[in-house]
Design a protein around this ligand. Structure first.
Ligand SMILES: CC(C)(COP(=O)(O)OP(=O)(O)OC[C@H]1O[C@@H](n2cnc3c(N)ncnc32)[C@H](O)[C@@H]1OP(=O)(O)O)[C@@H](O)C(=O)NCCC(=O)NCCS
Length: 173
């Protein structure tokens, strides 16, 4: 289905090969990977591989990570979406968001992430949505909360960069 999402200010579209440079730019800035250094990319070839993984997820499941830009501009501000994974033996949609530092502080992440969470809640209602957030990443915690996720401390897990706090929506009862 590879659907485009529109919000008041933003367009979210599935990634295309031309997005590799933006993927590399956003993931090679130490500021954007401050809390998750294991996500940092050190060469463009790694961005090509990341794009291929994102694209394969779209082809397999019909959703994935979107490229976010302002509706009146072509320049990608960042990326946001969900990926199917396991958490504690449970299938979940892992929420991801990362935006270029120049865009921070204007509600872009809240607007994009809220649209993504609404979309997957409607289209993939059987799976919980979770976010794995480092304890010091206050901005990310605010974004997850604004998008409707709530702290689920009982699911906290060690992640690649240390303890991940779990935020969740639509957990099984
Ligand atoms: C986290 C991130 C997505 C936030 O993007 P953003 O567009 O600046 O977010 P918003 O403008 O929508 O702000 C969301 C909230 O965070 C708050 N916030 C933003 N930057 C903050 C900071 N440095 N410290 C504390 N709070 C901050 C805002 O005030 C806002 O709070 P509110 O909901 O109470 O109004 C962005 O900083 C980013 O891409 N960081 C690097 C990647 C990352 O950490 N991703 C998450 C991994 S779990």
């Amino acid at each position: 289905m590879r659907e485009e999402l529109l919000t008041a200010r933003l367009s979210l579209r599935p990634p295309v090969p031309d997005d590799v440079d933006a993927i590399f730019a956003v993931h090679s800035d130490p500021a954007t990977c401050l809390h998750n250094p294991s996500d940092a990319l050190s060469g463009r070839a790694e961005a090509v591989e990341l794009f291929k993984r994102w694209d394969a997820h779209w082809h397999r499941y019909g959703y994935g990570y979107w490229v976010v830009r302002r509706r009146d501009a072509d320049h990608p501000l960042g990326f946001c979406g969900t990926k199917l994974m396991e958490l504690g033996g449970m299938a979940v949609l892992n929420l991801f968001y990362r935006f270029e530092a120049a865009s921070w502080g204007h509600g872009v992440a809240s607007e994009a992430v809220t649209a993504v969470v609404e979309w997957v809640t409607e289209r993939v209602p059987d799976l919980p949505v979770i976010a794995r957030v480092r304890p010091a990443n206050t901005a990310s915690q605010r974004v997850a909360t604004r998008a409707g996720l709530a702290r689920a401390g009982h699911l906290d897990v060690p992640g690649e960069d240390g303890l991940d706090w779990i935020y969740a929506k639509n957990l099984p009862t």
